[in-house]
Design a protein around this ligand. Structure first.
Ligand SMILES: [Zn+2]
Length: 401
């Protein structure tokens, strides 16, 4: 049975769903969350409520079931006085290390047209790929639509796995939490204990540089690997049991369609190569190194990692840009995550009737593909309908419960 809802009341529908979800949600918070600032954006407001602090999870739960948030965050920083409104008087005690991988920044996604961005007019349905402010037809203010296809999110997930490998093996950090952002990327939270949590932004920038390997660094590494600066012996591929960047290169080479001899050499099952084997392996290295360097460069957002006062989206909270759960990936097992609609939905078996407000190109949303025309009315599962409603390109008409 469908209940009719007015256009003003669509947020009320979500408020009830979010409230039911938050009354039982398994929010993933640090054990010392009482020294963290909690921040939220209420469902009905553009403004953030900051400088909250709670001593127990049930206090937090009480607040977010009363004032239901559109977005919910905690500070990567630990403060002596987390609720103090002055950043100086909060008294910083240290911060976790945070990584953000956004599918928007992934080279392959850009190349494969997996990213859709345009501006649109909700009033008349006008669409433009140009960056203009107002609708030329009806002069309403244009809104921005940003979407990434699910295959790009899987690419981001793949980079997350590589990032976890680096953090665990090269840095030996072991208090890690990985989660889907609920929109188009992934977060990795690395909880640090004193004195490591006191790392300043400069040190964090060095970590970013090691993980991201921008072009000037990769050019230098390539030249060194190929022996361009010392031509005495024939350079061989790095081995899997080496450390640091050489191990990352060895791992990536193994994923390339390389010959058996080189493979066995990289994994350490091949003795001292004779000249012809060495030459062959050098050629393999020379051929694949360009691709390998691109693949070992992890597209993390430097701003997030360097910022010691960053607000982290609470894993398993709801992302109000989509209505999806910012799914916490259990035990860092990336195979545990998928874009399955049931994984991202705060409640099972809810369907919405929505009206599409602009012509939409083919979009991969969660585990399905759609293309819609303006004016079309359709019944969709929560995950697809909410995505379009929260992104502003559809209107909620009815809810079926
Ligand atoms: Zn218009």
């Amino acid at each position: 049975m469908y209940n009719s809802i007015s256009s003003q009341n669509w947020l009320k529908v979500y408020e009830e769903i979010f409230r039911r979800y938050y009354s039982r949600a398994n929010l993933i918070l640090p054990n010392d969350f009482y020294v963290r600032e909690i921040a939220l954006q209420p469902l009905y407001s553009e403004n953030y409520v900051r400088h909250l602090s709670f001593s127990t999870i049930s206090e937090l739960r009480k607040t977010i079931t009363e004032k239901v948030p559109r977005h919910l965050y905690y500070s990567s920083a630990k403060y002596r006085e987390p609720a103090n409104t002055s950043m100086d008087e909060k008294q910083w005690m240290g911060s976790d290390l945070i990584f953000d991988i956004d599918a928007n920044d992934i080279r392959e996604c850009i190349v494969e047209n997996g990213i859709v961005t345009f501006k649109f007019c909700r009033t008349c349905g006008y669409i433009t790929y140009n960056n203009i402010k107002n609708c030329p037809k009806c002069s309403s203010e244009l809104l921005k639509f940003e979407h990434v296809d699910s295959r790009c999110i899987y690419r981001a997930l793949h980079y997350l796995a590589k990032l976890i490998d680096i953090i665990e093996n090269d840095f030996d950090f072991n208090m890690l939490k990985a989660s889907f952002s609920g929109n188009r990327g992934f977060h990795l939270i690395v909880e640090l204990i004193p004195p490591l949590d006191k790392m300043d932004p400069e040190i964090r920038r060095e970590i970013v540089s090691y993980i991201k390997l921008d072009e000037s660094i990769t050019t230098y590494i390539k030249a060194r690997l190929l022996g361009h600066n010392h031509r005495k012996a024939l350079p061989l591929p790095p081995k899997i049991n080496e450390g640091g960047i050489r191990r990352r290169i060895a791992k990536e080479l193994l994923d390339m369609p390389i010959d058996d001899v080189t493979k066995r050499y990289i994994v350490g099952q091949f003795g001292k190569p004779n000249f012809s084997d060495a030459l062959k392996m050098y050629k393999v290295l020379e051929h694949y190194i360009g691709d390998v360097m691109k693949r070992i460069s992890i597209p993390i957002d430097p701003k997030v990692t360097v910022d010691v006062t960053h607000l982290v989206r609470v894993p398993n909270s709801i992302n109000g840009k989509t209505g999806w759960i910012a799914y916490n990936i259990k035990k860092l097992d990336i195979s545990e995550f998928s874009m399955d609609h049931s994984l991202l939905s705060p409640e099972e078996n809810i369907k919405f009737k929505i009206r599409i407000d602009v012509d939409l190109p083919k979009l991969e949303i969660a585990d399905a593909s759609f293309s819609f025309s303006r004016g079309e009315e359709i019944v969709l599962e929560y995950v697809y309908a909410s995505y379009l409603v929260f992104k502003g390109v559809a209107t909620l008409i009815n809810v079926k419960s």
